[in-house]
Design a protein around this ligand. Sequence first.
Ligand SMILES: [Mg+2]
Length: 152
Amino acid sequence: MTMENTDLSIRYLAFASERIAREHGWWEDDDRDMGNLLMLVVTELAEAFEEIRDNRDRELIYADLHSASFWVRIFIRFKKGFMPLRNISPYQDEWIEQNIKPEGFMVEIADVMIRLFDFIEHYKLTPVLLRALRLKLAFNEGRPYRHGGKAS
Ligand SMILES: [Mg+2]
């Protein structure tokens, strides 16, 4: 499976998230602490909150070229002209070629999901997740309006 020819189903997202993490050494210690893994998800939520605090458009996906190598920055500037480093959203396909890190609110939300999918798949919990999602969505659908009067 490749990222280009998939519909990004939950099974694929779980498979890809775990494979990429494993291939980058994150599962060399197979006995990682589940509480620690959950808190790493929270850190991604905190990064999403930082995007809100910085008052950025929630749909903006940007690249912080300060984190790119010197030659990549030169390449981008030569090809695209001199532009604000945080405002090159139209050129995201080149980010993949140049291995430039994307940033933004929804990128952090993606990180949340990638971290969740990673450990769910690693511990072979994806089928249970799918069952839990089906059951919980069905249960939520049957709940009373605002769950009987809750404020939030
Ligand atoms: Mg992140």
